[in-house]
Design a protein around this ligand. Structure first.
Ligand code: T68
Length: 827
């Protein structure tokens, strides 16, 4: 598949990479102007902002490339095990700032641009972030590859180069509208396409089994159609360590551009039909978060990138004569949720059908080469594929899955003789009107380790999601609590706090986040607290400037900044937050509380709803309606304001997180696997109001009960309440404040007098309330009252905020990566 072999190098001088430009302002200016003239083909005087941005990006890249080539050469010479991170999503965020930080070029670039008469900030703002992910899962993958490069661990991140990432959100009459995200439209300076390294991926057709001379059965797959995968390489720089790993994203291309005969006959649409069909595979990211839809194109995407990646590793990354029996010494494929799980039967197919291995030996190899991370607790989020669909698209893989299942169920029968019910429960194939392949089971059976992403979720994963499997293989299960990269989410996003921290404890916290512990004594230092407060205030003002420019929002300078940003999902309970806001508004307009006596708050929401998720979109509509009404009501004298900037993304998060006073982490206990936003806020000195859920549990244990506002049912309590027959109406009847709040929300005053506009949500809460917002309302309100009291004592609040920073170094993704190395990859 490699077209155009690499050329032998005759000139020994050319064996290594050429030197990057000088690390000086002059060197930078020179390289920049070269890129502008020779790369973009324009003079500075005639260049557009986009030309300048592209040239700047390419210039910064020049400084990184030597490290990249050197790292690649080092990796090829050594025989270290490589982490093959398989993820359908990478929510990378902007690349320029990250590259400037990694290369320590920030100040040089700033000065160089000034010398050219340009403004670095303006050029930075030109970059459209690659939104190749939905939310937490995709952002986690981006944090992990950052940390692996910083730890100098060999890693190739494999994924899909979607032409359109997560949609751009706009609001039309307070309702969400989606616009395609054409992030590539102005050119993409960070990628290196390698069309000559194309890989062919087959689909459909049938299989044929024959018996060879030795009487062994051999199966061949005779596919019906195929596409090409073109790899695009992206650099993943470590933090100032010269190590640069690779992210390899695959783009689909038709094997045949068009049918010339049909074209000549005049049917142009028909002539390109198969091209369009094939290239749809990497056209757009599925915008469903946590609720997969089970569409055929989605399975095509999954197999497409996994097949490309396995092929790439085995044929193009390993040395040519590599003995595949030793494959597990050189690679571990980490499955980021079930999306890449089809890789397990794919590796079996490669080993058995293409390389001639016996089944049992191939199976032993395969199981050692995969490990599986589960990111959910919601039953509806566990991927299953109809047998009919999988068999039609990947007939050989379905046969392999059946054989894996047969062998596995024999093992179960042996371990539990006579337990037919258990055999049925544990089967990869779910029986029923529509037989389906349970991908989480396949991952658990075909991988060496299974991990959850926070302590509580890992426990519930063992006890509730995969109990039979954890009973059979207790040692296979482990927990690895998520983390976030301190480079992007503290050092880069919050330069003022970073400087303050570095002045106090030195600079090495950036790669050793537990050192933040050294800040603890400063919590009791009045001078430091004052500086810390000044940083928070400056970050708020930076955010307000941004929201004014970006969304035309005017926000008061001094108010508690209360933030809830994350995907819109009923289980995350943005509605509970909305009920709190409405209840405060009710306090004001009913005259129970005067505006002067209320702790002023600015509420910031950021949330995208999956386009087909009806209730989530109703919630967005109501947040906007309530926000507008409150913001326009002069009676409340600005005591409350609501901001819901459209299109929350990584770029906006970098401004929002450092500014927040209060972080809302209010999912129903037992539903949020981990959360990672919760970690970013705590690290930036926001206090959390949260339930006993996901990583909140671990955050609270670390920061201490006094520095965290806990409320709500615990997971066992919520389960019990449901078992006893949860009746939201009972809570409505017995709590007057709740009744007034819901009545006000349903009254129509927020929706132009039309009560029916709020009915879908209000009725849902009263009659169903699947995530028990009404049950937790009272406890939430009480916790918010404690928040107000705490906030009035600004010195004590700041002390808590500093302790949050000092005690959450555990949540660095560097630590997560060390845990994976210890418990999964090198275990
Ligand atoms: C999130 N999951 C978890 N899924 O909800 C969150 N799902 O608690 C956790 O912190 C995070 O993963 C990282 O572990 C997701 O983000 C998805 O985005 C998703 C996308 C497609 C299909 C299913």
């Amino acid at each position: 598949n490699v077209v155009g072999p690499t050329m032998p190098v005759r000139n020994p001088v050319a064996q290594g990479p050429v030197n990057p430009p000088a690390h000086t302002v002059d060197g930078f200016v020179e390289a920049f102007l070269r890129e502008l003239n020779f790369g973009q083909g324009v003079l500075l005087s005639r260049s557009t902002v986009n030309d300048q941005y592209l040239a700047l990006a390419r210039t910064v890249q020049q400084y990184l490339v030597a490290g990249w080539l050197e790292t690649g050469a080092r990796r090829r010479q050594g025989d270290r095990k490589i982490i093959g991170y398989l993820s359908a999503e990478y929510l990378l965020g902007r690349q320029l700032d990250n590259a400037l930080m990694a290369t320590t070029l920030g100040e040089i670039a700033e000065e160089a641009m000034t010398q050219c008469g340009l403004d670095l900030a303006r050029l930075r703002a030109q970059e459209i972030e690659p939104g190749l992910g939905n939310g937490g899962l995709g952002r986690l993958a981006a944090c992990f590859v950052d940390s692996l490069a910083t730890l100098d661990v060999p890693c190739i991140g494999y994924g899909i180069r979607y032409e359109y990432g997560i949609f751009r959100q706009t609001f039309v009459d307070d309702r969400q509208a989606e616009v395609p995200d054409s992030w590539l439209s102005l050119g993409s300076p960070w990628e290196f396409p390698h069309p000559e390294r194309q890989v062919r991926v087959a689909f459909g057709g049938r299989t044929e089994t024959t018996t060879d001379e030795q009487g062994r059965e051999r199966t061949t797959w005779i596919p019906a159609w195929d596409v090409l995968g073109i790899p695009y390489h992206y650099m993943v720089p470590g933090y100032r360590n010269g190590s640069v790993n690779t992210l390899r994203l695959w783009s689909a291309k038709a094997t045949q551009a068009f049918d010339l005969q049909i074209f000549n006959s005049g049917d142009y649409a028909e002539a390109v039909r198969s091209q369009t069909f094939a290239e749809n595979i990497s056209k757009v990211l599925y915008p469903e978060d946590s609720t997969p839809q089970g569409k055929e194109l989605r399975l095509q995407q999954q197999y497409f990138f996994v097949a490309c990646s396995l092929h790439d590793f085995i044929e193009n990354t390993l040395p040519r004569d590599f003995d595949l029996r030793r494959l597990p010494e050189r690679i571990i494929f980490q499955l980021n949720d079930t999306h890449p799980v089809i890789g397990i039967p794919e590796l079996m197919r490669i080993l058995v059908d293409l390389k001639g291995f016996e089944w049992d030996e191939a199976w032993d190899i395969t199981r050692e080469c995969f490990a599986y991370t589960c990111h959910t607790l919601l039953p509806e989020a566990l991927e299953v594929w109809p047998v009919e669909l999988l068999g039609r698209l990947l007939p050989r893989h379905l046969e392999i899955i059946y054989r894996i299942n047969d062998n596995f169920l024999d093992e179960v029968r042996e371990a539990y003789p006579g337990d037919a019910d258990r055999v049925r429960r544990m089967s990869i194939i779910a029986e029923g009107p529509q037989r389906a392949v349970r991908m989480a089971y396949l991952a658990t059976i075909g991988g060496s380790r299974v991990n959850g992403v926070a302590e509580l979720q890992s426990q519930l994963l063992r006890e509730k999601v995969l109990p039979d499997f954890s009973e059979l293989w207790p040692d296979k299960f482990t927990n690895i609590t998520n983390g976030v990269t301190p480079r992007r989410f503290l050092h880069q996003a919050n330069p003022l706090l970073s400087t303050l921290i570095t002045e106090a404890i030195g600079p090495s916290w950036v790669t050793d986040l537990e050192q933040l512990r050294g800040l603890e004594p400063y919590a009791d230092d009045a001078g430091f607290r004052e500086q810390f407060q000044a940083v928070k205030q400056a970050n708020k003002e930076r955010l307000y400037r941004e929201l004014r420019a970006r969304d035309g929002l005017e926000l008061p300078r001094h108010a508690m900044l209360d933030v809830m940003v994350k995907r819109l999902h009923e289980y995350k309970r943005q509605t509970l937050k909305l009920l709190h806001i409405v209840s405060l508004y009710d306090d004001l307009i009913s005259g129970d509380v005067s505006p002067a006596d209320m702790v002023s708050r600015t509420f910031v929401f950021g949330a995208k709803a999956a386009p087909g998720y009806y209730m989530a979109k109703e919630i967005i509509y109501l947040i906007n309606s309530v926000g507008r009404t409150i913001n326009e009501d002069k009676r409340i004298e600005g005591a409350l304001s609501v901001a819901f900037p459209a299109n929350y993304n990584v770029t906006l998060a970098e401004k929002v997180v450092p500014a927040a006073d209060l972080s809302e982490q209010i999912s129903l206990a037992g539903k949020e696997a981990s959360g990672t936003g919760n970690m970013k806020f705590a690290l930036n000195g926001a206090l959390t109001i949260g339930t006993d859920d996901g990583a909140n549990v671990e955050i609270r244990a670390l920061v201490g009960d006094d520095n965290f506002f806990l409320f709500g049912l615990t997971e066992p309590e919520a389960e019990q309440l449901r078992a006893d027959g949860y009746d939201p109406k009972a809570f409505y009847r017995s709590d007057e404040k709740l009744r007034r709040t819901l009545d006000l929300l349903g009254s129509g005053i927020f929706t132009g007098g039309d009560a029916s506009a709020s009915a879908p949500l209000v009725q849902n809460l009263l009659h169903d309330d699947p995530f028990m917002a009404l049950a937790d309302f009272r406890s939430y309100l009480d916790a918010q009252t404690r928040v107000d009291e705490a906030y009035r004592d600004s010195d004590a609040w700041t002390r808590s905020a500093i302790l949050n920073v000092a005690r959450t170094g555990f949540f660095s993704s560097d630590r997560s990566m060390r845990d994976y190395l210890d418990r999964v990859w090198l275990a």
